[in-house]
Design a protein around this ligand. Structure first.
Ligand SMILES: CC(C)(COP(=O)(O)OP(=O)(O)OC[C@H]1O[C@@H](n2cnc3c(N)ncnc32)[C@H](O)[C@@H]1OP(=O)(O)O)[C@@H](O)C(=O)NCCC(=O)NCCS
Length: 155
């Protein structure tokens, strides 16, 4: 897998650089995580995910500032799960989530999937807009809330 270092410029979207996440990004990621999630990952959660051999993290930066990140897990045979995609609230709706997701195609997956809580309507819209479709409903995914497995076959 080649490291992500591309830059996307668009008249309507913010230019963000995408690269591998490192340990030094974690404090800024924790700050974003706390703002965006009711059940945020803590420092240990980030470090564990970054040390896991089948887990990978990419970061979006604007200037030197971390503005978003995406964690994914490879399950083998091109099966790739997005486990955390989060964009700083000040930088949402500017195409950065889509840029992070686009980068995954460089890892040559066959299937990209994620689980979205039924209460997270914005994320459902986002993934639908990116070509994902509802594959299955998990009745009690998190404290009685249903989870929607959304997937996108690639190629
Ligand atoms: C969901 C999330 C990752 C989307 O990232 P983003 O950078 O804001 O999304 P983009 O700007 O790339 O959006 C692309 C398209 O997705 C859809 N979309 C994104 N956010 C949306 C929202 N709040 N409401 C409706 N549609 C939305 C739109 O179609 C959008 O295109 P448009 O802005 O031209 O209408 C971001 O809002 C976020 O971090 N949310 C909090 C954390 C979270 O819920 N993560 C997902 C579960 S881990």
């Amino acid at each position: 897998m080649t490291p992500p270092t591309h830059l996307l410029e668009s008249p309507t979207h913010l230019a963000a650089a995408v690269r591998w996440m490192t340990g030094s990004d974690v404090p800024a990621a924790l700050y974003i995580e706390d703002m965006c999630h009711s059940d945020p990952w803590d420092s240990e959660g980030f470090q564990l995910a970054m040390r896991n051999g089948s887990s990978f993290a990419i970061a979006a930066t604007h200037g030197r500032r971390l503005v978003g990140y995406l964690f994914f897990v490879t399950h083998g045979e091109g099966d790739l799960e997005v486990v955390n995609l989060t964009i700083h609230p000040d930088f949402q709706r500017q195409g950065i989530g889509a840029q992070l997701l686009d980068f995954l195609s460089e890892t040559d997956p066959c299937l990209v999937w994620t689980v979205i809580l039924e209460t997270n309507v914005a994320a459902q819209y986002f993934f639908r807009d990116q070509g994902f479709r509802l594959a299955r409903v998990v009745p009690d995914y998190n404290h009685g809330v249903r989870g929607y497995i959304m997937e996108k076959p690639v190629n």
